[in-house]
Write a protein that binds this ligand. Structure first.
Ligand code: MBD
Ligand code: FE
Length: 305
């Protein structure tokens, strides 16, 4: 009875229970455990290798880097591809393309109306950059209740809240659009991002022979009553990694065009006097099919709601 073959052990792991539990969790766990048993057997995984992997998982969890691994192994983009497929199948593919949220969102950033200087109070970090546009529905109708949340990396590719030493909510803002559904913000063009060196994430990527770089990008979470919350990013053109993103998030339609603006009238309230770089971009939102789609929530809040 207690002498088990591999197959008998697997069968018992997957079937023993004293209650129904959650059938979906049971089924998916059984599948994953079966695949891992098979992997261990096929690759003759040794105990020292197995326990080193377990230690890596423990360190990954306590480092708070699980979201870097999901992005780097393609899971975040996979979920987007699957949602895109579902949208095409149901005739809902429209509006600004979604792009992964990534693990570096922070809720409740400082709120402004219409416009904001993202980088207020700090020394200029390169040429001024203004991004502006409107939030509209798929018919071009302005959505004057929309909220645009924006976050991006600092000049060293680091994000406030996650990298030590950056001031709280630095380069993170919420902008409630104006009555014409316009938003605009001033900042600087951020560089790309690289995974932290000497970390559980970099250990895996080195072992895989992969780099951990993301091209320069800016994140957005756009919400409006009755509309499907839009999580997206724009990419800044010209980055070496634009087609080699470690998180596989670059998409057509999200690579913005940089326009040199040499006559900055109308931008005084953002403190822009010199020539600056401008990006025009409208966020096009879909109608929500059900209430839950319009909740202005980030992925973890949504999942744990
Ligand atoms: C980032 O800045 C990011 O956007 C993603 C998806 C993963 C890691 C760092
Ligand atoms: Fe990012």
């Amino acid at each position: 009875m207690n002498e088990l073959t591999q197959a008998e052990l697997l069968e018992r792991v997957n079937t023993s229970r004293i209650a129904d539990g959650n059938p979906r969790v049971r089924e998916i766990t059984a599948r994953i455990v079966s695949d891992l048993f098979k992997t261990i057997d096929q690759f003759d995984v040794q105990p020292d290798e197995f326990w080193a992997a377990v230690d890596w998982f423990s360190r990954l969890g306590s480092s708070g880097q699980t979201g870097l691994i999901t992005a780097g192994l393609g899971f975040d983009r996979l979920l987007d591809i699957r949602e895109d497929e579902a949208d095409r199948a149901t005739g809902r593919a429209a509006g600004t393309p979604r792009a992964i949220e990534g693990p570096l969102y922070v809720p409740d950033a400082p709120l402004s109306r219409g416009e904001v200087h993202l980088d207020e109070g700090s020394a200029p970090r390169g040429e001024a950059f203004v991004m502006e546009g409107r939030v509209v529905d798929v018919n071009g109708k302005p959505l004057p209740e929309a909220m645009v949340e924006v976050w991006h990396a600092d000049e060293n590719g680091r994000y406030s809240h996650f990298a030590p030493g950056l001031s709280p909510f630095s380069l993170r803002r919420r902008i409630l659009v104006d009555e014409q559904a316009r938003y605009r913000f001033r900042s600087f063009l951020p560089p790309g991002y690289a995974i932290p060196p000497a970390s559980p994430t970099s250990e895996l990527f080195e072992a895989l022979g992969r780099h951990g770089n993301r091209p320069a990008h800016i994140h957005f979470l756009v919400s409006s009553r009755g509309m499907r919350t839009l999580t997206t990013q724009v990419n800044i053109p010209g980055d070496t990694f634009i087609d080699d993103d470690f998180a596989f998030a670059t998409r057509d339609g999200l690579i913005v065009e940089l326009e040199p603006n040499t006559a900055p009238t109308g931008y005084e309230s953002l403190g822009v006097k010199e020539p600056f770089t401008r990006v025009r971009f409208d966020f096009v939102m879909q109608q929500a099919a059900e209430l839950s789609e319009s909740k202005p929530q980030a992925r973890m809040a949504r999942a744990l709601d």
